[in-house]
Design a protein around this ligand. Structure first.
Ligand code: PLP
Length: 459
């Protein structure tokens, strides 16, 4: 046997055992505490170890339980942040994708996988009302936002050859932290990111955007892009996309829509995303609201030639673009990475396994869950809603008790997991529904847990 070889029989036993572990984990997911009972000292002791000289063989599977028990599960009562629920068909597809071990960088390197990724990109674009956009899958919304702003700059103030020149980018005060990060990484400079004020609904104020651009132009600066958010991370607000698109077009700016959290909800409630198709680029996160296991981000763009300008280092993008056939296609000319994994297989399999109707229904159910919680909050005399509910994020607080202390207690009890946000300077408890396993009973548990924690703190 070669050093890294494995006997057929041993491999098939290992495969069976791995599937058993996955099955047991899924079937017990709703019984697990929503946060693991562990601490840094313990995880260091358990997992910070030297690489063994001689292989441990199948014994390594014994570690899985220890690892799972110290992992934060995305079961039905996990409502923190924006964490998708890891649909099992997708998860199994990950094993098959890794089995094929494709480098999805070009058609020549991965013929089927490359075509499949282009196909699922088309499905995603079409399902959010942006048929005709192309793009690529990536690690997540942060990577997609970075690539989008790289494209924006190359389109408006090319920097790849001559280096960066000063320019200005606009986003609302509620923009995700990946936007200042992208601006910093691209050398635009965080000082050149203008935070446009929002209204009572946490949506970008278009007049303020218009005025900001005018002011910067008057001062001799060069605005290049506006980032609108379709589903802000704190409250789920959707910026007025059509109005912002009109401003961007009138001013000659690139419009990027960060739809990492909310964009895919356009499948269920397209009327809330009017104007999305006017964007030049759009970030979507299938590992959020399409229930895929991490990672599965996506960048859509209207004009492939700009992606080539931004990402092709060969410089002869025009030749490739003009003579494109399926066999000439290369993701390395249109995205950040060279070696790329076969992310599209999980989408290909799970989206077809369940069908479009099931996904639309799951998103619609998440939206209903948010309204159910909002109603329960409004019906309770001690609770107060802190922001309008546009999508599936609900921000609220207890009127009389320390909400930070409530949150700590709720998390420690392990029955539901909430996160927090700052809303108009106030500490808010925040629940976000992007989980196909959640039921209305799970939603009702939130108010019970919060009020019970408050009662305990008061007594
Ligand atoms: C609006 C928004 N944009 C971008 C991101 C970043 O996405 P990722 O965590 O996939 O990098 C998030 C994450 O929650 C988000 O909510």
């Amino acid at each position: 046997m070669q050093e890294l070889g494995i006997l057929d029989r041993e491999l098939s036993e290992l495969a069976e055992a791995v599937l058993d572990l996955a099955r047991d984990y899924w079937s017990g997911l709703d019984q697990r505490p929503t946060y693991p009972d562990t601490n840094g000292e313990e995880t260091e002791r358990l997992f910070s170890r030297a690489w063994v000289e001689d292989g441990r063989g199948r014994e390594i599977l014994d570690d899985f339980k220890t690892i799972a028990d110290r992992s934060r599960p995305t079961g039905p009562r996990f409502f923190g942040y924006v964490v998708g629920s890891g649909e099992p068909v997708s998860t199994l597809s990950e094993l098959l994708a890794a089995t094929l071990n494709q480098n999805v960088t070009s058609w020549r390197s991965a013929p089927a996988a490359t075509t499949i990724e282009r196909t699922v990109i088309g499905w995603l674009a079409e399902s959010v009302g942006c048929a005709g956009f192309s793009g690529s899958l990536c690690g997540g919304g942060s990577a997609a936002n970075l690539m989008a702003l790289a494209m924006a700059r190359e389109a408006k103030l090319p920097a790849n050859e001559a280096g960066a020149r000063p320019c200005v980018v606009y986003a609302s005060e509620q923009a995700h932290m990946s936007i200042p990060k992208a601006v910093a990484l691209l050398g635009i400079g965080r000082r050149n990111l203008r935070y446009v004020p929002v209204d009572d609904g946490f949506q970008m104020q278009t007049d303020a955007l218009r005025n900001g651009i005018a002011q910067d132009k008057q001062n001799g600066l060069t605005p290049i892009a506006v980032v609108a958010t379709a589903g802000t991370v704190a409250t789920g607000a959707i910026d007025p996309l059509r109005e912002i698109a009109d401003v961007a077009r009138a001013e000659g700016l690139w419009l990027h829509v960060d739809g990492a959290y909310g964009g895919l909800a356009a499948m269920a409630v397209p009327e809330r995303f009017q104007g999305l198709a006017m964007a030049d680029s759009i970030s979507l996160d299938a590992h959020k609201w399409l229930y895929q296991p991490i990672d599965c981000g996506c960048l859509l763009h209207r004009d492939t030639s700009v992606a080539h300008e931004a990402f092709s280092s060969s410089g002869d993008y025009v030749r490739i673009f003009n003579q494109e056939t399926a066999e000439r296609f290369a993701f390395f000319d249109e995205s950040m990475e060279l070696s790329r994994r076969f992310r599209a297989l999980k989408l290909w399999m799970s989206l077809q396994y369940h069908g479009r109707r099931a996904y639309r229904a799951a998103i619609a159910r998440d939206l209903r869950h948010a309204l159910l919680l909002a109603e329960a909050v409004m019906a309770h005399p001690d609770l107060e809603l802190l922001a309008p509910v546009t999508l599936s994020a609900v921000c609220f607080r207890h009127r009389t008790t320390d909400n930070e202390a409530i949150l700590r207690r709720v998390i420690a009890r392990g029955r539901v997991y909430l996160s927090n946000a700052t809303i108009n300077g106030q500490f808010a408890l925040r629940a976000c529904f992007v989980n196909h396993r959640t039921t209305s009973d799970d939603v009702c548990a939130i108010v019970d847990e919060v009020t019970t924690a408050a009662d305990r703190l008061d007594s």
